[in-house]
Design a binder for this molecule. Structure first.
Ligand SMILES: Cc1ncc(C[n+]2csc(CCOP(=O)(O)OP(=O)(O)O)c2C)c(N)n1
Ligand SMILES: [Mg+2]
Length: 318
């Protein structure tokens, strides 16, 4: 009865909306509701966005997919559509500011709505109208110092249904969010705590070698805590440079299959990826990518200045 009442109220509300949008969140994973979410999107035709922490749970090749909704650092044209929508699916069944319905499973709720919503493609059509495709980085000069956006073009080409991206905290947050995931490509991202090192630690490298894992690790050596630089800079953001490939070689110590290299330019990166996916594909491959200390994504600059402003506010009176 709870489900029926929730579906009834939601259908009535959404069928009156002018340009509703669906934004998938990370609870789709625990609710095992990704499929029901897509079936509903197919049935109602709403524009489909994803939260950064839910990347990988919503298919990016869906015909109505409009990108990642992340406030000011959303993918192009996505925030404008989401923020101009007049109806959203909330994370529990609460209709506008009105009644809330308990004891409803997300999967059941989405599945039941499939039969009740009228088609409404307005938000997607608006997105499609205003969308201008992204530019691509300029070609590199021979032996030019490697730029991060050039590197990510090559990582993009490595992705398939056989791969999963594990995005570390730092500027990789933003660069990995911009990857277009092909169907079936996994994605892991740590948003709530943003704990650095969560994606890989020295201990993990040792365990990966012991277990014969064939992970490819890109260590982006930009000489510092760049994400922190963009929030608040100080000498503590410069880190002592280690011989990172030497560190992995020491962990390897002749036991297990391991290959390491350092790259400085696009030519070396292409060669390293060729080796990691070819001759050394049965190894754990560790590629240290050396880039300029100020080579950041534009999203980090935008996000960093907003976090700095929020941190600099006087405290709220209690
Ligand atoms: C365990 C932990 N310590 C400290 C922080 C604060 N912090 C967030 S990002 C960051 C720096 C990340 O630097 P790096 O891994 O080099 O990535 P970059 O920003 O340079 O791409 C720090 C110190 C954190 N989030 N978690
Ligand atoms: Mg760094």
């Amino acid at each position: 009865m709870g489900l029926e009442a929730a579906v009834e109220a939601a259908a009535e509300f959404l069928n009156k909306a002018v340009k509703p949008v669906m934004v998938g969140g990370p609870k789709l994973r625990v609710a095992k509701a990704s499929e029901a979410f897509v079936e509903l999107a197919d049935a109602c035709g709403y524009a489909l966005a994803v939260m950064p922490s839910a990347k990988g749970l919503v298919p990016e090749n869906h015909p109505h997919f409009i990108g990642t909704y992340w406030g000011a650092v959303s993918t192009g044209f996505c925030a404008e559509i989401v923020e101009s929508a007049d109806a959203y699916f909330p994370d529990r069944v609460m209709i506008a500011n009105g009644p809330a319905f308990g004891c409803v499973l997300m999967r059941d709720f989405l599945g039941a709505l499939v039969k009740r919503l009228k088609q409404n493609t307005t938000a997607y059509e608006n997105y499609h109208r205003i969308y201008v495709p992204e530019g691509h980085p300029l070609k590199c000069e021979p032996k030019e110092a490697l730029r991060v956006n050039v590197m990510f073009q090559h990582i993009q080409k490595m992705l398939s249904s056989e791969t999963a991206v594990i995005a570390e905290t730092g500027d990789s947050w933003f660069n990995c969010q911009k990857l277009k995931l092909p169907p079936g490509c996994g994605y892991e991202f740590q948003m709530q705590y943003g704990s650095i090192g969560w994606s890989v630690t020295a201990q993990d490298v040792s365990t990966m070698l012991r277990c014969g894992q064939k992970t490819i690790i890109f260590l982006i050596n930009n000489g510092g805590y760049t994400i922190e630089v963009e929030i608040h800079d100080g000498p503590y953001n410069v880190i002592k440079n280690w011989n990172y490939t030497g560190l992995v070689d020491a962990i390897h110590n002749g036991e297990g299959k391991c290959w390491t290299t350092k790259v400085h330019c696009e030519e070396e990166l292409i060669e390293a990826i060729g080796t990691a996916t070819g001759a050394k594909k049965d190894c754990l491959c560790f590629i240290e990518v050396i880039v300029h200390k100020d080579d950041t994504s534009k999203e980090l600059l935008e996000w960093g200045s907003r976090v700095a402003a929020a941190n600099g506010r006087p405290p709220n009176p209690q």
